[in-house]
Write a protein that binds this ligand. Structure first.
Ligand code: EPU
Length: 415
């Protein structure tokens, strides 16, 4: 199995262009299940998770073709509304097929995802919402088996904010009879992107991006021709790459407005950040100041950037505290960062990071997607050669990261 080798200590500089958002592309691909005909989706990142999603669709009888960053799907031939365990267990986002399948086919059999490295990650709220829409939901042999003659609009209030739960129910409600209200809905930009794709397909949705979304069900939808939004987590990862290497990077093809919380923290840490609507210019500084971070739902600081900012704080001039409020086990990178000389103590969901003047390169292991990004960032700043194994996690969510970092002057390769 391949590893990533980084010879650290290089200041990164130059321009980088951001790819399409993984967490928008996956629900938008799922939306393609809602009606037959040829959907065209562009700016789709080239990632293992997209390949997995394609396999899930093909297994249902759907034509899925990828050419570079463009995907066409034709779900006219959808005959098998099922997502098998072998595919779902590698990618939890597979659960996004559940809502669209029940809405269009009146039935779905989708493997329960099970836990993952960052937490238990239940889907009870997805199931509660489907039941409110009139579906019968059973768990049989590890599968969610859901059926409904016709979904009916309902008032659904989430007791916890859930991103894919909101997406699943927004898609299901698009074809339900009557009006659905989703209260305490997630406000992430990816929800808004999915809503725009659904509206282009003929759905009637208001309020996406706020915590109350209203969906007026329609009889039929039509195929979409949609361009996925830029990836805000990839963008944030490059913001930190500039800050941690005392570099100078112009990030292009992004939406700066999606990163207010990240930009605010990195600025507080001392970097000079200048943003326009679609570019972010980050100039790192020699001294990194400590900042406290608490992860929250959007527009708060994203949990998907927690590991990356921890690498930055590992090199800060003082102590900082990071509080992870979204997932119960999202500190698996801590033990690996410690192997590189970081001084980090954790207590439950809180980490205290005492900045050290230098990190030292070491062999480390990626434990999940964003943890791998934090190790790459630490490796870029560390002295010597860092070798990161289990990089399949990285390939799930970062499009061409070695090429992008090499073009900025990093000494990074896969072998
Ligand atoms: N939760 C429940 N019940 C549910 C659903 C969620 O209790 O039915 C809890 C979870 O256990 C968690 C919290 O609600 O404590 C938030 O989870 P959420 O459902 O919002 O997470 P998700 O939809 O499974 C998406 C992203 C994640 C990202 C989170 C939080 C996709 C495909 N995945 O996951 O992305 O961390 O929202 O922002 O959109 C990543 O890209 O690395 C990644 C993990």
């Amino acid at each position: 199995m391949k590893s990533i080798y980084i010879n650290g200590g290089k200041k990164l500089s130059g321009e980088v262009s951001i790819s399409g958002a993984k967490n928008a592309a996956l629900p938008i691909l799922a939306a393609g299940l809602l009606c037959g005909g040829k959907h065209r989706i562009t700016n789709v990142p080239q990632l293992a998770d997209v390949t997995t999603f394609g396999r899930i669709l093909q297994n249902m009888g759907i034509a899925f073709e990828r050419q570079g960053h463009e995907i066409t799907i034709d779900s006219t031939g959808l005959t098998n509304p099922e997502a098998p365990y072998d595919l779902v267990r590698t990618m939890r986002a597979s659960v996004l097929v559940l809502g669209p399948l029940v809405a269009r086919m009146g039935k779905a059999r989708v493997s329960l995802p099970g836990g993952c490295a960052i937490g238990a990650r239940p889907i009870n709220l997805h199931l509660m919402g489907l039941e409110k829409l009139g579906a019968t939901v059973e768990i049989e042999h590890g599968y969610v088996v859901a059926s409904a003659k016709k979904l009916r609009g309902a008032h659904i209030c989430f007791d916890t904010v859930t991103v894919t739960g909101t997406e699943n129910l927004m898609m299901a409600a698009a074809l339900a009879e009557g009006e659905t209200t989703l209260e305490n809905a997630a406000r992430e930009p990816e929800i808004v992107d999915l809503a725009h794709a659904l509206i282009q397909m003929g759905a009637k949705i208001e309020g996406a991006g706020t915590d109350v979304i209203r969906i007026q069900g329609v009889e039929n939808l039509r195929p979409m021709d949609y361009t996925v939004m830029p990836d805000r987590i990839e963008t944030g990862t490059f913001v930190i790459a500039a800050a941690i290497t005392n570099g100078d990077i112009l990030i292009k093809n992004c939406f700066a407005g999606h990163l207010d919380a990240v930009i605010s923290k990195v600025t507080e840490a001392g970097a000079i950040v200048t943003a326009t609507d679609h570019t972010i210019h980050v100039q790192g500084q020699r001294v990194i100041r400590p900042v406290n971070v608490k992860t929250l739902e959007y527009p708060g600081f994203p949990t998907d950037m927690q590991a990356q900012i921890m690498s930055l704080m590992a090199l800060a001039d003082g102590a900082s505290m990071i509080n992870e409020t979204i997932f119960e086990n999202r500190f698996t990178h801590v033990a690996e960062l410690r192997r590189m000389g970081a001084d980090i103590q954790t207590d439950g969901r809180t980490a205290i990071i005492k900045g050290v003047p230098k990190l030292s390169a070491a062999p480390v292991m990626a434990t999940d997607l964003r943890a791998s990004a934090s190790l790459i960032l630490a490796g870029l700043a560390a002295e010597g050669q860092t070798v990161i194994s289990r990089i399949y996690h990285l390939d799930r969510g970062y499009d061409n990261i070695e090429q992008k970092l090499s073009a900025l002057g990093a000494d990074i390769r896969r072998a």
